[in-house]
Design a binder for this molecule. Structure first.
Ligand SMILES: Nc1ncnc2c1ncn2[C@@H]1O[C@H](COP(=O)(O)OP(=O)(O)O)[C@@H](O)[C@H]1O
Ligand SMILES: [Mg+2]
Length: 278
């Protein structure tokens, strides 16, 4: 039999059906099944409705959606910081999500640094709290300060840094635990456009080195396209996934040549239509 004929029966059909929760033997980093969330007493605020998707290990996925559609709620549920309504479930690395774990690192829009500690001390903190061996922490922190271009600022305090540097340090605070999955909730949303573009390039470089699974929440269409393997688009509240678009742009990507490609423009138009910005 020729190579082209080695097709596993039923695979194509299975791909069209929603997967049962235990179907892929833990191949996915994240699986979200029938996740809904209502806040408050009945009828309450319906934030999310029937969200289903899976993220393969190592994939960079962005979630794009209008403000208030439930993106942060979804991220908190994936992180184990919040429970979905009964009937919904999240699996992380093949296990049912029951609470926060060091497998997942979360970075929010506003940083979490202790103002009275230096950049270096802030990055060390999570590892020290977990009593990792000092030599191990030293090695991790040295590597991170280099990757995040913060070596010269290691002894500075958070208020002495620019917004971009603070968000890089915030990333360091999470990466020091070497989580398998990174959840980023509009981490660059409060920064100016130029700083944001620079951080996007650095985030991509970092991801290309470590290949963690990344879920990035953003409301920037170009940011989502530039960074991602795949973009999930959410509806207005109650948030549902209304489209799942594979971004077929070659890697490694650099901002100029990637954004100049015809396909990039096509993705911008298509996502703009889905988001209702014509
Ligand atoms: N803890 C909460 N209690 C009550 N309502 C909430 C809570 N968190 C979010 N909401 C509501 O749920 C909806 C979705 O919020 P959120 O997930 O923050 O949206 P997004 O991140 O997409 O802007 C909003 O209407 C918001 O007001
Ligand atoms: Mg949000």
């Amino acid at each position: 039999m020729g190579r082209g004929e080695e097709v596993t029966p039923g695979v194509a059909a299975a791909a069209r059906r929603p997967m049962p929760l235990d179907a892929d033997g833990g191949e996915s980093a994240i699986r979200v099944a029938h996740v809904a969330k209502t806040f408050g007493a009945a009828p309450g605020v319906r934030a999310l409705e029937a969200v289903d998707f899976a993220v393969p290990r190592g994939q960079f996925v962005s979630i794009l959606g209008p403000s208030g559609c439930g993106k942060s709620t979804l991220l908190r549920i994936i992180a184990g910081l919040m429970r979905p309504d009964p009937g919904g479930e999240v699996q992380v690395q093949g296990h049912r999500q029951t609470g926060v774990s060091d497998d997942i690192g979360v970075v929010f829009q506003t940083h979490n640094m202790l103002p009275w500690e230096t950049v270096e001390a802030n990055i060390r903190l999570a590892a020290e709290v977990r009593n990792l061996p000092a030599a191990d922490i030293d090695a991790r922190v040295e590597a991170l300060l280099g990757v995040l271009k913060l070596e010269k600022f290691r002894r500075n305090y958070p208020h002495e840094l620019s917004g971009g540097m603070r968000q890089r340090a915030a990333l360091g605070q999470i990466l020091v635990l070497r989580p398998q999955i990174l959840l980023l909730d509009e981490p660059f949303g409060a920064l100016d456009a130029l700083t944001r573009d620079q951080l996007n390039v650095e985030l991509l470089r970092l991801w290309q080195e470590v290949r963690k699974t990344v879920v990035l929440i953003t409301h920037s269409i170009p940011e989502a396209i530039f960074l991602s393997d795949r973009v999930l688009v959410m509806s207005e509240r109650p948030g549902r996934v209304i489209d799942d678009i594979r971004i077929d742009l070659p890697r490694p990507r650099d901002p100029r040549s990637t954004k100049e490609r015809v396909e990039f423009g096509h993705y911008v138009v298509r996502l703009g239509q889905l988001m209702g910005v014509e």
